[in-house]
Write a protein that binds this ligand. Structure first.
Ligand code: URA
Length: 287
């Protein structure tokens, strides 16, 4: 999505880069590298961006005449007032990748719910931070807990095949779960666990800004849509989520391993997703 914005807005890339620079400086400072990031440095960075954006809104890039050397040291005419403090200045944009790093840092070594007690690894999410499509599952199983990556066990291997049948790789899309720690015995997450972890999934969705979220199974579907009907009723049609994002519920790959007859339904759902995204539908069919 960021790529698309950069094609239509030549300043989007610059804003993102400046946002990332600011983010990196703030992080270095937070880690004690005071000399690398004074308040003055941050304010200069933001002021540079403000001046730049003022020029941008005043005239298109090609009409801005090069500045003669003498004009760089002497201001003539009206000059925008310098904001009194850096908090008056607009915040530069941050790339989705940076926002995901920040969200992971906020999650930290989480103890917000009881799932932390038995986990080996937090399973945050993996894939393309600018993905148009996100898959959301229920929660990590044993293999995911071991490796710290979602959908790497048997169900994950089927999900990978489903993604490949769509003509894509795992690295093209983003995969996350409702809860980031393994529920013992692979039970469904409880409402308090979903409530504790949900805000992090929500922030991941906001950072990535997918066009479509494909929810896998009942738990992910009801966590996002707040509907109690089962997956059999909800799958196969798009449901509106926030910010214009569409949700396509489909069967969980673990269910498809037990009930392969339903693979054709899941493939149907994924074809609808491809059509909505304008992706070509590969000929070879269901995984
Ligand atoms: N099932 C899920 O819901 N998520 C995983 O990551 C693995 C299995």
């Amino acid at each position: 999505m960021a790529d698309e914005a950069e094609h239509t807005d030549p300043f989007a890339a610059l804003r993102t880069v400046l946002g990332d620079v600011e983010f990196a400086l703030e992080r270095m400072r937070a880690r004690g590298a005071e000399a690398s990031c004074s308040d003055a440095a941050l304010e200069a960075l933001r002021r540079g961006l403000t001046d730049f954006l003022t020029i941008e809104s005043a005239a298109p890039l090609e009409t801005i005449a090069p500045v003669a050397p003498s004009e760089t040291t002497e201001h003539v005419g009206e000059v925008a007032p310098v904001p009194k403090s850096s908090s008056d200045l607009p915040k530069p944009e941050r790339s989705a990748a940076r926002m995901l790093v920040e969200i992971r840092e906020d999650l930290g070594d989480c103890t917000r719910c009881k799932l932390h007690a038995e986990r080996k690894n937090i399973v945050f999410g993996v894939g393309n931070p600018d993905a148009e499509l996100m898959f959301v599952g229920e929660g990590p199983g044993a293999d995911e807990d071991e490796q710290g990556e979602p959908f790497v066990g048997r169900a994950g291997q089927l999900l990978t095949k489903m993604i490949q049948a769509m003509g894509k790789q795992r690295s093209d899309i983003y995969i996350a779960n409702v809860v980031k720690c393994r529920p013992p015995g692979n039970r469904a997450p409880t409402p308090d666990e979903v409530a504790a972890c949900g805000p992090f999934l929500r922030r991941q969705i906001e950072a990535i800004g997918p066009k479509i979220i494909c929810t896998l199974g009942n738990a992910a579907t009801s966590a996002l849509l707040g509907k109690n009907e089962g997956i059999t009723k909800l799958r196969g049609t798009f449901h509106p989520f926030e910010g214009g994002v569409l949700v396509m519920p489909t069967y969980h790959p673990a269910y498809l391993l037990r009930s392969p007859d339903h693979k054709k339904d899941a493939w149907n759902d994924l074809q609808q997703v491809m059509t909505e995204l304008g992706w070509p539908i590969p000929k070879r069919g269901a995984p």
